[in-house]
Design a protein around this ligand. Structure first.
Ligand code: ZN
Length: 340
């Protein structure tokens, strides 16, 4: 900061200190307005302040790194003080935003992302970054959102699994004659080629509790449910599931109670023949309603809005859906998460 700017800032500071109550309200509003337009600037400045105070090396965790000049984007660089590490870093090293450029455009991009615009639409909106960059930014922010996965669940827990067709959407091998899987490429919206469960289906486990905690995991196979839930259930909780052995075992091991919820299978034909009387939902009754609703929302996002996503990115989209569930989901919240 040049000395002239520093002097002007000093003047501004004394002016604010001398301002009337009414003027302070106006200033507050102005600052909030400017900050909302420049979310990335503000988030980066906060991140710089925190990093400067601690100077903790993201590679080895040692605090007190030395200042190490500035990089070509005028960002402060640091160098680890331990002789074994000696690595340099900047404020973004170790975050999903490391090495991402054009931070002045992140705020504009995020406003499109939180409006759920497609990559193509965002590129066309004229932010001034190309299709590939928009795609990469999307996944940087989604990766940040995906880090929020509740570790420990308690109270009334609902757990169930759902399936997604294994996908290599966008894999260059399809057009370059080196397909990633030994099958023909599927035109969009095609399901699996085999009926029922097979290796073509990727199981996703969802467990949620009544405090708003949601845990999700993409499993290698259904046999992994027990391991995935290990250490995530608080003793004394009530676990509701469809009664699959893995859920019962996980509940018993955690010292929780297990309740099997029988979901009646109603076929459209059966409904026609004898309509099932609709019962008012009884308060406190245990069911799998919330976990089913969650699965419905993920399906709508992944298979509906995105028309299928590559399995390697599925975790990011699950994180996006969890982030959307939270209150106060804004571009700023997403950026704060990415820079946390
Ligand atoms: Zn270090």
């Amino acid at each position: 900061m040049s000395s002239l700017e520093a002097r002007r800032l000093k003047h501004l500071e004394s002016a604010i200190r001398a301002a009337s109550g009414e003027q302070i309200v106006t200033i507050e509003r102005l600052v909030a307005e400017v900050a909302s337009l420049r979310v990335a600037d503000v988030a980066l400045a906060r991140r710089t302040e925190v990093t400067r105070a601690e100077r903790r090396c993201p590679h080895c965790g040692t605090a007190g790194a030395h200042l190490h000049g500035q990089d070509k984007n005028n960002r402060q660089r640091f160098r680890c003080r331990t002789s074994e590490c000696r690595r340099s870093f900047n404020i973004l090293t170790g975050t999903p935003m490391a090495r991402a450029r054009k931070p002045e455009k992140w705020g504009h991009y995020l406003s499109h992302m939180t409006d759920h615009h497609s990559v193509r639409k965002i590129t066309a909106a004229g932010i001034g970054v190309n299709h590939t960059t928009v795609w990469r930014w999307r996944h940087r922010f989604l990766k940040a959102a995906a880090q929020d996965n509740t570790a420990i669940l308690s109270g009334v827990i609902e757990a169930d699994e759902t399936f997604f067709v294994r996908s290599c959407k966008g894999h260059r091998g399809w057009v370059k004659g080196r397909p990633p899987e030994t099958r023909a490429a599927r035109p969009r919206a095609w399901g699996a080629t085999k009926r029922g469960l097979s290796g073509e289906q990727v199981p996703v486990l969802t467990a949620l509790d009544n405090a708003g905690g949601v845990y999700e995991a993409i499993l290698p196979s259904l046999a992994a449910i027990k391991v995935a839930l290990d250490g995530r259930i608080t003793a004394g909780s009530v676990v509701c599931s469809d009664g699959t052995a893995a859920y019962v075992t996980a509940a018993v091991k955690a010292g929780a109670e297990h309740r099997r919820v029988v979901v009646p299978t109603i076929t459209p034909v059966a409904v026609k023949v004898a309509p099932v009387p609709t019962k008012r939902r009884q308060k406190g009754r245990l069911g799998l309603g919330r976990v089913n609703a969650q699965h419905g929302q993920i399906k709508a996002l992944v298979n509906g809005r995105c028309r299928g996503v590559a399995t390697r990115y599925l975790g990011n989209y699950l994180g996006w859906q969890r982030a959307m569930l939270r209150t106060g989901f804004t571009g700023k919240a997403l950026l704060d998460r990415a820079l946390a």
